[in-house]
Each structure stands twice: as C-alpha cells, then as structure tokens.
Design a protein around this ligand. Structure first.
Ligand code: FES
Ligand code: FE
Length: 436
C-alpha cells in the first residue's frame, strides 16, 4: 500500500522500483491525486475554431467534452448524463447545437444547460428544477498559446503558475512564428500494454535511449545513424514541478526533421524571424533534438512535431492520443510533409514508435512479478556530477545525457501521492521562476 511508497520511490538515493508501474492501489491513487488534481491537456484551439465545435477526450479515465462557446470561450463537461450517467456524446469531434442523451432523451445546449427531456411535461408537473441538472463542468479551463488545459480541482494554481518558467522554452515550438500553431490532420489513437509513467518519463528527458533503441530505424528512415548526443556542443535539461524539457542547440533541424530536405530548408528559412521574435538562443531550439513532458502526461518532440497524451487505462495499459503540430503560417506542402513524416516515424506504424512501445511494454510486464517488481531500478545518472546553469529560467542543468528530469518527474509524482491537497506539495525548485 501507499505507506511503503518511499520503498519504491527513493529519488534521493537514485532509485525507484517497477512496482510503481503495476501496483493497482498506486494507480487508484494516481487517478485521484494526479489526474483529478493537475492541469491536463484537452485540446488545441485550432480543433474547435467555431461556436458549437467540440471534441471528446479523457482526463485520466474521465470522459469529457470540450466545446467552443458563443462568446468564444471554451467549456469542458463530463461526457456523462446527470440522469443515469449514460455517455451523451459518442463522436470524437464535430459541430453541434447541443447533446441529447440516448437513454431518456435529456437534451443539453453547448453551454451544458439542461434544455429539455422526452415527456418533459412529467418533469414540469413534479418539483424538478431543470437549472440544477446540467452537464457537470470541470473546475477550471484555460489555454496557453493554443493549448487548452483543464483541471477538476478548483484549488489548483492558475495554468500560468502551473506551467511556470517552462513557458519560456515551450515558446520555441508553440510561438516561433506569427499566427501560432495548428494540428495537421486528426487524432491518431492506439493502445499499449504499458504504464503511463514509463512513456511520460521517456519524453521528460530520456534521449539516452535514442541512439541505441532507434539506431537501426534511424539508419533506414533518416539515411544515417541517430546523431551522437554526447557530440552536441550545447545541450540542456530543464525541469520545474515535474515538467521536463531536454534539448540540444544543434545547427537547427539537421537531425530532427525527419531526414526531409524541404522541412530542413523551411526550418532554416524561418530561423532569422524566430531569432527576432524569441532571441538567438531559442531560435536554435527549433527542430532541435529535444523532448518534453508537461506533468503528468502531455508530451511532444519538437523536431518531429508529434504532440501526445498518454491516457491512463489501468496500471498496465495506455491509450495514446497523438497529433501533428505545424505552424499556421507554414506553406501547405510543408504541413503535409510534416504530417507524413510524423506518420512514418511516430504513429502506430511509425518505426520509432514501434521501437519504444516494445521496450515500455516489457518494462511494465516484468514489474508484475512479485520479486521483480520490488527490485531496485537505477535512476541516478548524473546525480552528483550535474552542472547547473543559473541564468536560464527553471531548474537547468548542462547536458542531455543524464536522468535529472526523470528524477524530478518521479519526485513530483511522489509528492502528489503524499499530499492531501495542493498546499501540501513541497516546492523543490532551485532555479529561476521568472521569465522575461
Ligand atoms: Fe440520460 Fe436518462 S441517462 S436521460
Ligand atoms: Fe524513443
């Protein structure tokens, strides 16, 4: 049970146990203390541009509807009828004036109000108060640079506080051009028999696996080996409250833009305007070898532009929702090339995704063994040798080949499970909170 959690997650000593990937009691606590508490990515603004546009997704295992309102705002509701709990919207996306439940015909407008029922006179004749039985709205919704997040917890800090100084780095992908970003194509859904954390942790800062796990696929797909990360002149690992971003300042897009020369050219073409907008430093982050996870389960790769949510479906299963991100201002053929490239690399049939999926499934599977699940797993790389970089926002360390972000991620995970509310979560940040 959770009383012994410190036995399975001891970050100070650089170790965790596989038990945290398969224990059912831990998983139940995660749904309550992480997925019902934290800000979760639910949509990109470009998916629902007009009044009545909606998408359905999940926050943890809770099904929700994300709808554009008449006033331009966005509301998020439980996708469950307040009569007997039937699901009210079965489509993944669409445009509508409202939602009608299949069971007894309760109908709701896009603002979530109950507006009618089958045999509505029966309700009117009783003392039923229609105004009290609308779709249940989540506590807070907010967006940042096109990314819409929601939280079930009214006590959660603002989205801005939640993301903290990570926004400075996120701009390199989500705000490097006038007009911002959009999704190219729809949502790609697939399932893996793995724990959600092993995937999220991979994106928080595990470039270490890339040169080994993806070596043969990279030779086949990109026409050469994955670049040796230890050869990069300048690279960083940044974290904050469990979020993590690792990146190299490479020569812009030589490695990460899918071996496609048109994409490489595009990245070089926009570089001067990115430098003007965000400065030289961040202009070198565009399409660099990098990966990021916003705690708990929203991740992306800046070069491949795959954006994803590792949706938890029990301790040993995830449903992966992924999309391809492009600059709105990019030419159509570039958007299409980016979409295709991401499909060939990071999709259910993509070569890199297959490499990763197999590893993650076995990391999860072995942890089900009673003895194996309790064995110590090493997570201490760089623990005593990391060099801090204090002039950049966040907790920043030089280099990508370390486990600093993974440790910060699991530490924050542990802190949430131990806390009864937001106020009990310790502040473990050591770096700069401000973003100029
Ligand atoms: Fe929806 Fe009865 S469950 S109307
Ligand atoms: Fe990988």
């Amino acid at each position: 049970s959770l009383e012994n959690l410190s036995e399975f997650c001891d970050i100070e000593n650089g170790r965790i146990s596989g038990k945290i990937f398969s224990d059912k009691a831990i998983y139940e606590q995660e749904l309550e203390k992480i997925f019902a508490r934290c800000w979760l990515f639910v949509a990109h603004e470009s998916q629902i541009p007009k009044t009545g546009d909606y998408i359905t997704t999940t926050m943890g295992e809770d099904e929700v509807i994300v709808v554009r309102q008449k006033d331009g705002g966005i509301k998020v509701f439980l996708n469950a009828c307040p009569h007997r709990g039937n699901k009210v919207c079965f489509a993944e996306s669409g445009s509508t004036r409202g939602f009608i439940c299949n069971y007894h015909g309760w109908s709701f407008n896009t603002a979530g109000n109950l507006v009618g029922q089958h045999e509505s006179g029966i309700y009117e004749a009783s003392d039923f108060d229609k105004s009290k039985w609308g779709l249940k709205e989540v506590a807070q919704v907010d967006s940042w640079k096109g990314l819409v997040f929601a939280t079930f917890d009214p006590e959660a800090p603002t989205l801005k506080e939640y993301l903290g100084p990570m926004t400075w780095y996120l701009d390199a992908l989500f705000d490097n051009q006038e007009g911002g970003t959009e999704f190219a194509g729809g949502c790609i859904r697939s399932t893996y028999e793995c724990n959600w954390k092993i995937a999220a942790e991979n994106f928080v800062g595990d470039i270490l696996h890339a040169g080994w796990t993806h070596d043969s696929a990279a030779r086949a797909m990109l026409g050469g080996a994955v670049a040796k990360v230890s050869d990069f002149e300048e690279s960083y690992s940044v974290n904050w409250n469990g979020h993590g971003y690792e990146f190299a300042l490479d020569t812009v897009g030589n490695v990460a833009v899918l071996g496609e020369s048109a994409l490489n050219k595009y990245v070089h073409t926009i570089k001067p305007s990115v430098a003007e907008r965000l400065g030289e430093f961040r202009s070198n982050m565009v399409a660099s070898v990098s990966s990021c996870t916003i705690f708990p389960n929203f991740s992306f790769l800046a070069g491949q532009n795959t954006i994803r949510v590792w949706q938890p479906r029990g301790p040993n299963k995830i449903e992966l929702f992924s999309w391809v991100l492009v600059n709105k201002s990019a030419p159509d053929d570039i958007k299409e090339k980016w979409r295709k490239g991401a499909m060939m690399t990071f999709s259910p049939t993509g070569v890199f995704e297959m490499d990763d999926g197999e590893n993650w499934e076995y990391c999860t599977k072995t942890s089900k063994g009673k003895v194996t699940g309790a064995q110590d797993l090493y997570i201490g790389l760089g623990m005593n040798t990391l060099e801090r970089q204090t002039d950049l926002p966040g907790n920043v360390y030089k280099g990508q080949l370390n486990e600093a972000n993974a440790r910060a991620y699991y530490q924050h995970w542990y802190d949430h499970l131990n806390a009864k509310s937001w106020s009990e979560i310790p502040d473990r940040n050591v770096g700069k909170a401000e973003v100029e």
